[in-house]
Ligand binder design. Structure first.
Ligand code: URP
Ligand code: ZN
Ligand code: ZN
Ligand code: ZN
Length: 461
C-alpha cells in the first residue's frame, strides 16, 4: 500500500516547505499539495519536520580494535542509528597486510548480512599500497561499489601507513575515481610523546589528550593535503577536531583543491576538561584525535556553517566502560579509543546547531545527510527527498525537549558521553526505503532488511 505523509514541513538541504509526500514501494512518488491519493496509509506529520534520513559516513560496527571488539554489531548499531534518525551508514572495512581486498570486503559483508536494519556501505582501509593491492583496487572500485578508501596516519604499529602508501593510494584513487580518507595525526610524534609520558609515570586518561597535541593533527592534515595536491587527487579528512586542521583545509579549498572535511558531535559539544575526572571517568572520553580546548568548538561550527567542513560523522566506535574501557585503568594507552555516538549525532547537531543559531535548518540536513550522499556516491537515491529518491524519511518533532541517557538509549553500551544533556527534537518515525523501521518511537524494523549500497565513483559535488 502507498504511504501518504501528511501535514508536515519538508526540509532538504535547499528548501523548507509545507507539502505532503507520497511513497510507492521503496521510492518517493510525489510531493506537493492536493495530491490525488487513493488507497494510501496516512501518516500524520503535522507539527513535524519531514527530513531525508540521516547518513552517517563514519561508523565502526563489530570492529576488532584495541584488544577488544566494538560493542555494537550491525543489528544493535543500525537499530540505534535509526532511533537517532539515521537511515544509511558507511562503515569502515579493515584490511590486513597480505590479505586481498576482496577477502576483507567479504568479511565485512558477513558481519552485516542478516543484521542491518538500515542501508549500509563500506569504506576500505588501505594498509599497504603494493602492486597487487593497487591492481586489485580497479575491480573493487568498478564492481564492488566500494568507492572510498581510508589511510591511517596514526596508530603506529597497528594501522599506521607511511607517506609512500598514502601517496600511491592518492594517485591510484585519482585514476579510478575513489575518494581517499585520512585519519590525520602524526603517529610518530604521538608515539614518542606517549612513551615519554608512560616513562614518567603518567598513566591517567587525560594523558591520552596531552600526548596527542592539536598541531600533530594540523601537521598530518597539511601533509595529506600536500600529497593530494601533488597527486592531483581528492581527499576527505575524517574526524577533524581542532582549529589547526580546519585552517589547513580552509587554505586548500581556497586554492580550489579537492579537499573535504568531516567533524563529529564530540568535538562540537565536548572539550578536554571532561577527561580529567576522578575514578577513571575520563576513559569514557578517550577519542583519537582527543577532545580539544573548548575554543576550538566555535571554529568547527563556523567551518560547518561556511562550508569548509562538509559533513558530520559519528565515528561511532563504542566500548563499554565496564570490561572494555577498563582495560586501560593503569595505562591510558590500553584504553580502547572511541565512543558511542551513532544515535545522538543528529540530536546534538539539531539542538546545539540549529536551536543555538549556529547553523540553519537546511545546513543541518546538508551536513547530516546530503553532503555525505554527494561525496560518497549515493546522491540522489539517498540524501534528499525528491520524486524518485529512496523513501528514507525521518519524521522529527522539533518541539520535544528530552534528556540523553544510557538508561534510554538503544546503543549496546553501558554509558553515554552526553549523559544528562538536554536536547530539543525527537525522532518520531523513520522509514527506510518505504518501510517503517521506527514507528511512533517503537522499533518495528527487521534484522537483515538493510541493503548494501553499491556506491558510485567520486564526482566533485
Ligand atoms: O577514537 C577513535 N576515533 N576511534 C575510532 C577509530 C578511528 O580512529 O576512527
Ligand atoms: Zn495548496
Ligand atoms: Zn580515526
Ligand atoms: Zn573512526
Amino acid at each position: 500500500m502507498k504511504k501518504w505523509i501528511r501535514g508536515g514541513t519538508v526540509v532538504t538541504a535547499a528548501d523548507t516547505y509545507q507539502a505532503d509526500v507520497l511513497i510507492e514501494g521503496e521510492r518517493v512518488s510525489a510531493i506537493g499539495h492536493h495530491l490525488p491519493v487513493e488507497d494510501a496509509e496516512v501518516i500524520d506529520a503535522s507539527g513535524c519536520y519531514v527530513l531525508p534520513g540521516g547518513i552517517d559516513p563514519h561508523t565502526h560496527l563489530d570492529m576488532p580494535f584495541g584488544g577488544t571488539v566494538t560493542a555494537d554489531d550491525f543489528f544493535t548499531g543500525t537499530r540505534a542509528a535509526a532511533f537517532g534518525g539515521t537511515t544509511s551508514i558507511v562503515d569502515f572495512c579493515l584490511t590486513k597486510k597480505g590479505e586481498t581486498l576482496r577477502s576483507a570486503i567479504a568479511t565485512w559483508h558477513e558481519k552485516a548480512r542478516g543484521k542491518a536494519v538500515i542501508d549500509y556501505g563500506f569504506h576500505l582501509m588501505i594498509a599497504e599500497a603494493n602492486d597487487q593491492v593497487l591492481e586489485e583496487l580497479e575491480s573493487v572500485i568498478a564492481s564492488e561499489g566500494v568507492t572510498s578508501l581510508k589511510v591511517f596516519m596514526a596508530y603506529k604499529n597497528v594501522f599506521q601507513a607511511d607517506d609512500e602508501t598514502l601517496f600511491k593510494t592518492l594517485v591510484r584513487a585519482k585514476e579510478l575515481g575513489a575518494l581517499v580518507q585520512v585519519h590525520a595525526e602524526n603517529g610518530d610524534v604521538l608515539d614518542y610523546l606517549t612513551k615519554k609520558a608512560l616513562a614518567e609515570g603518567n598513566t591517567a586518561p587525560i594523558y591520552h589528550a596531552y600526548t596527542r597535541p592539536a598541531e600533530a593533527e594540523g601537521e598530518a592534515t597539511g601533509r595529506a593535503i600536500a600529497l593530494t595536491a601533488l597527486a592531483d587527487s581528492q581527499l576527505y579528512v575524517v574526524h577533524v577536531s581542532c582549529a589547526s586542521a580546519v585552517q589547513r583545509i580552509a587554505e586548500a579549498r581556497e586554492k580550489g583543491w579537492n579537499v573535504y572535511g568531516e567533524t563529529c558531535p564530540q568535538y562540537l559539544a565536548l572539550d578536554i576538561s571532561v577527561m580529567d575526572q576522578p575514578d577513571f571517568e575520563g576513559a569514557k572520553y578517550v577519542w583519537s584525535p582527543p577532545l580539544r580546548e573548548k575554543w576550538n568548538q566555535e571554529v568547527l561550527w563556523s567551518a560547518l556553517k561556511n562550508g569548509i567542513l562538509q559533513t558530520v560523522g559519528s565515528d561511532h566506535c563504542p566500548f563499554n566502560f565496564s570490561g572494555q574501557k577498563e582495560l586501560g585503568r593503569d595505562d591510558f594507552t590500553k584504553i580502547p579509543n572511541g565512543g558511542p555516538l551513532i544515535e545522538d549525532r543528529m540530536a546534538i547537531l539539531y539542538s546545539d546547531g540549529v536551536r543555538e543559531g549556529r547553523i540553519s535548518l537546511n545546513q543541518f540536513v546538508d551536513v547530516c545527510s546530503t553532503k555525505a550522499a554527494k561525496l560518497f556516491g549515493m546522491f540522489p537515491c539517498k540524501g534528499t527527498i525528491a520524486v524518485g529518491s529512496d523513501a528514507d524519511i525521518v519524521i522529527f518533532d522539533p518541539q520535544v525537549k528530552r534528556t540523553i541517557s544510557a538508561k534510554t538509549h538503544h546503543m549496546n553500551v553501558d554509558y553515554n558521553p552526553f549523559e544528562g544533556k538536554e536536547v530539543y527534537g525527537e525522532v518520531v518515525s523513520v522509514l527506510s526505503r518505504g518501510s517503517f523501521v521506527v514507528r511512533d518511537k517503537q522499533f518495528v524494523g527487521q534484522a537483515g532488511s538493510g541493503q548494501f549500497i553499491k556506491r558510485s565513483t567520486f564526482a566533485q559535488p
